[in-house]
Design a protein around this ligand. Structure first.
Ligand code: PEP
Ligand code: MN
Length: 263
């Protein structure tokens, strides 16, 4: 079902007034985690003004340490709803397990499955029964075949609204958190009809690489970008080091839109 051979035309994902995969560059932006109503709304207003089409923010966070901030849970989802009502931006948020799927699905416009859950097959099956589009992030050590097979799990259960997200893979380097696999863009576009979005923030792990990686992804004609932005990155409860200041995000939007147009 994921293969271009079974469906030649590109899959389009309609969310609110935005369509992912239709020849435009879709920009998804927001903090790593929803921290408060004020924080979320402040950032949402900034990213909307800069040109973002969707707002992102985690309410259930898959943190490496059990002692790190785990997200606000349902309260975070309610804040996301409020942000959507106030800004008109559809929202993307992660689901971590089957137990909370109904809840996340209720509040989210796009349900995200994170890199650590790419091969959580029971979660993928539940996502296949969802009435929401699913954004499936690439496992940090997954091949493209494994990633597409994970998307197949979702589609096999009836949900054909899947967006793929390249977020970097684990390599031996120390200059970035992960290595962004830009070659995934042309490969996925050739093998599959599903749209592919690039997340330079989790690939880089540091702010200074996010702009050049975004420009490269736009030049390679990804269908979208997902970028972490925070108005006070030093005080962020997660991923502050890779979060762009609003002014940097404005520059990013201008540059990637211009590049996307001429490539
Ligand atoms: C995220 O996008 O919030 C996230 C946790 O990313 P990843 O699953 O790619 O690490
Ligand atoms: Mn993050």
């Amino acid at each position: 079902l994921v293969s271009r051979e079974t469906k030649a035309d590109d899959t389009l994902i309609q969310v609110g007034e935005t369509t992912i995969g239709n020849g435009h560059l879709t920009i998804i932006a927001g903090p790593c985690a929803i921290e408060s109503q004020d924080q979320a709304l402040t950032i949402a207003k900034h990213v909307k003004k800069a040109g973002a089409h969707l707002f992102r923010g985690g309410a259930f966070k898959p943190r490496t340490s059990p002692y790190s901030f785990q997200g606000l849970g349902e309260e975070g989802l309610k804040i996301l709803s409020m942000v959507r009502d106030q800004t008109g931006l559809p929202v993307v948020t992660e689901v971590m397990d089957e137990r909370t799927f109904d809840l996340v699905e209720h509040y989210a416009d796009i349900v995200q499955i994170g890199t650590r859950n790419m091969q959580n097959f029971s979660l993928l099956k539940r996502a296949g029964e969802s009435y929401r589009p699913i954004m499936l992030k690439r496992g940090m050590a997954a091949t493209i075949e494994e990633w597409l097979m994970a998307a197949e799990y979702i589609m096999a259960r009836g949900n054909h609204q899947v967006v793929l997200c390249e977020r970097g893979v684990r390599t031996f380097v120390h200059h970035s958190r992960n290595t962004l696999d830009l070659s995934a863009i042309p490969v996925v576009k050739k093998e599959s009809h599903l749209p592919i979005v690039v997340d330079p923030s989790h690939a880089a792990g540091r702010r200074d690489q996010v702009l050049p990686l975004s420009r490269a992804a736009a030049a390679a004609k990804a269908h979208g970008l997902m970028v972490e932005v925070h108005h006070q990155p030093d005080q962020a409860l997660s991923d502050g080091a890779q979060s762009l200041y609003p002014e940097q995000f404005e520059i990013l939007c201008r540059q990637v839109m211009a590049i996307f147009k001429v490539c």
